[in-house]
Write a protein that binds this ligand. Sequence first.
Ligand code: 13P
Length: 257
Amino acid sequence: MKRSLTVMGNWKMNGTRGDNESLLRELVFEGKKFPSVEVAVFPPSVFIESVAQQLVGSPVRVGAQDLCEQLKPGAFTGEVLGAMLKELGCRYALVGHSERRHVYGETDERVAAKFVAAQHSGLTPVLCVGEQLAEREAGQTETVLDRQLLAVIDQGGVASLRGALIAYEPVWAIGTGKTASPEQAQAAHAHIRGLIAARDAKIANSICILYGGSVKADNAAELFAQADVDGGLIGGASLKASEFLAICAAAQALHDE
Ligand code: 13P
């Protein structure tokens, strides 16, 4: 039996109110079949409230794709405070997703500040880390992961990782259909856990490390079966109920084995 797995769907900038309603209808109906899997969806922020309302009474949780690093309200046009997301019903917040880092230029320091801000508001941060293709090819994968993780440990302390989640998402695998092999994923996850273990063995042992990057129904089981892979952060495949549910089913089956 594998410890409980987590499956999260990052909808990115997709969907309409109508799309969300039909997707969620299926998730709510089928979601009870995965009692040992923590399932969450991350809609665009404008839909968080209606999604949370539709999920009342369901075990499926809601998260935000991003938040502002500020700790208090103020003159920050276009930004959303963690406390506002919490008020709408969010449990989780992604921080440092590769599209935030590489399309919108977020630095490690800003990501770390967002991590701290999420916890300040009572949200559970899901810290996304991962190397770009050129970095992998240059043998820098572990250096990049260390830099991204240490930025958070420097700002929040290792204790801030207690209860948080990490998502390892190699940038070259996101939206490309090129999944990391189970061995590549396992190696990166073990490295991440090892870095934390060197500072706090207990947190390292309990922290949930998700894999993300072209996870589909047909490759989820072999990825999730790896010792240090505790579930997945799913992009494209989370927009289709049958695909997302099949990924949740793969996680439940590993737990039941
Ligand atoms: P894809 O599953 O579409 O590759 O996206 C992964 C991702 O970025 C999830 O956050």
